[in-house]
Design a protein around this ligand. Sequence first.
Ligand code: GDP
Ligand code: CA
Length: 320
Amino acid sequence: MRIVVLAGGIGGARFLRGLKAAAPDADITVIGNTGDDIHLFGLKVCPDLDTVMYTLGGGIHEEQGWGRTDETFVVKEELAAYGVGPEWFGLGDRDFATHIVRTQMIGAGYPLSAVTEALCARWQPGVRLIPMTDDRVETHVVVDAPDDGGRKAVHFQEYWVRLHASVPAHAVLPVGADQAKPAPGVLEAIGEADVILFPPSNPVVSIGTILAVPGIREAIAEAGVPVVGLSPIVGDAPVRGMADKVLAAVGVEATAAAVAEHYGSGLLDGWLVDTVDAAAVPEVESAGIRCRAVPLLMTDVDATAQMARAALDLAREVAA
Ligand code: GDP
Ligand code: CA
């Protein structure tokens, strides 16, 4: 079975670990979000690709959900001693090595997709990880600029990591997406898939950004295979993170049903909501999307594998 998964960082990576356990023989291609990518200290940092790679490769800091396990921060301290920031983005020593290798390869002319493949040769994530595009796309968030009474766009990482999403987000802009081309292998994987899954990743700044690359949304809609998603919203709130804030910025309520309708029946065939949101099932189904309520908390790999099985079951059901 060939499965294509669109993935952000933590939500995508943890789901993939369960999916691998649930479908050990499946051929899984992950299309990763690169809208969170940022240049820091002259290095190209790809937080979502790295979270997937470290999580599936056994190098992730488990509790934190991002960054490396057994991490130290000597380089960051030394940079700070020179007064060189930003100090708000925590790059550890082990993590730095990944960004140095990536930046060096990009400088030598390799596209991000080839670099990602090379990094994965070390981590052996057990899936094929492809960035959504080799082109530069940066998600920006429009926030108030109190100093001049207007508004300004800040990089997504600044909104999230420095400002902790504590200021109102007025709009989310995937800058550069309209000019971007899907990376080599993305459209082919979608075209050859037996099932396409949207893990409980952020619907706006993770999956929304991937879908903003021209050609990807269309390819999924036209693939003619079941497309099933899992809600990142449980009990009217994100399980973690700021999905509610960025959903508000695009005019979508933070409910499991509203997220399904935001994707729409043109894209989604099936949608899983948590059992606490079982009352949302009729609303989703009346929007033309088959819906089931099952436990959706990724508390451990077994619970997550159960979610993945439910998604694959629903895919079979909508295909029948
Ligand atoms: P990020 O790039 O690291 O923010 O990660 P993703 O975009 O892949 O996933 C973030 C989303 O995962 C958030 O909106 C969370 O609500 C969701 N999430 C995290 N843990 C869980 C969980 O255990 N269950 C569900 N249903 N969603 C989760
Ligand atoms: Ca992310």
